[in-house]
Design a protein around this ligand. Structure first.
Ligand SMILES: O[C@H]1[C@H](O)[C@@H](O)[C@H](O)[C@@H](O)[C@H]1O
Ligand SMILES: [Fe+2]
Ligand SMILES: [Fe+2]
Length: 322
């Protein structure tokens, strides 16, 4: 890898057999309900080739928001802003501003290239332009899941919603585009990164929104939950409205990949319905590659381009409305 990092080799049973979608989903769901990484790996039945580093490129554990590092102060300032601004009503405003998808028309690949100029201020683990992260994620997935091209493409496109930072979309501030996401309309969970800054979010004082369930019903399903505004929801809506043929798992991954308090800490599970529970293992599997592939090793964009163009062609129209 060319990096002085410790690597953990993942071993698991390999079967080589192709499994049917539903069969796999079922075993993944069972493994996930066991909360056991080992059985999750076994249920997957894949040989894993991706090396998961223990430390990020700054020599820290991944997602350590308290460690003193060159990115720490900026990341904390980001979350302060994010947690103060993201209210229920802010989310409504952003949705009506951006979900009409009338800002531009472009292809998926054009969007990847547009992201080349942006660095994500919320990320303690990476200060590389976003296109690097997209290809690193996709290629890491490809190593472990060679036959699931939909999953490779999901890796490539999962962060394309960060294009909201571009002047074409009004150059939205980082606090309304990146960072972890969380439900609005109910109490903020302490498991959310830098939850202390929710003190100054007006919704924390609003009795409609500050109880455990807030405006929601137990088991209502994430589809009925309003998430903080950012690149996840935006890209999900872009995919859906432009009629992607990617499977439902891909849409779920894109939509909730930043919902760390759920997929890492198990918060908010009282809002999930059965379908969400079935999807959750895919989200966790995806997260491994999204998080641990972040490195300074540059992707060879020109070499990889033809393969990803073929996937884009398979699952998306040539031009999309954004
Ligand atoms: O792309 C973003 C970004 O990398 C953030 O730092 C992280 O907090 C989000 O969850 C992720 O989706
Ligand atoms: Fe993301
Ligand atoms: Fe990402």
């Amino acid at each position: 890898m060319g990096l002085a990092v410790d690597v953990v080799k993942h071993t698991c049973r390999s079967s080589g057999d192709d499994e049917m979608w539903h069969g796999m989903n079922q075993s993944l769901a069972i493994a996930a309900s066991d909360h056991d990484e080992g059985s999750l790996q076994a249920a997957r039945g894949f040989m894993t080739a991706f090396d998961m580093p223990k430390l990020n490129t700054f020599g820290q554990a991944f997602r350590n928001y308290d460690a003193e590092s060159e990115r720490q102060a900026g990341v904390e300032a980001f979350y302060r802003q994010n947690h103060i601004q993201q209210t229920f009503s802010f989310v409504q405003q952003m949705r009506s501003k951006h979900l009409q998808l009338n800002k531009t028309v472009m292809s998926i690949w054009d969007c990847c290239e547009l992201l080349n100029q942006f660095v994500d201020e919320s990320d303690p683990d990476l200060d590389e332009p976003q296109i690097e992260h997209l290809l690193q994620t996709a290629e890491a997935i490809r190593k472990d899941h060679p036959d699931e091209d939909w999953f490779h493409l999901t890796g490539l496109i999962h962060d394309l919603g960060k294009v909201l930072l571009h002047p074409t979309f009004g150059a939205e501030p980082q606090y309304s585009v990146v960072g972890d996401t969380f439900p609005v309309g109910c109490a903020f969970d302490p498991a959310i990164v830098h939850a202390e800054y929710f003190r100054d979010n007006p919704d924390s004082q609003n009795v409609l929104y500050n109880s455990k369930l807030g405006i929601y019903k137990e088991g209502c399903g994430l589809d009925n939950v309003m998430m903080s505004w950012g690149h996840d929801e935006y890209m999900y809506q872009v995919m859906k409205s432009n009629n992607t043929t990617l499977p439902p798992q891909a849409l779920f991954i894109v939509r909730y990949h930043s919902f760390y308090s759920l997929h890492r800490s198990g918060a908010y599970t009282h809002l999930l319905n059965d379908s969400d529970h079935q999807m959750l293992p895919w989200l966790k599997e995806f997260n491994k590659y999204d998080l641990y592939s972040k490195s300074k090793v540059r992707a060879d964009v020109e070499k990889l381009k033809p393969y990803y163009l073929s996937l884009i062609h398979k699952y998306f129209p040539n031009e999309l409305h954004w």
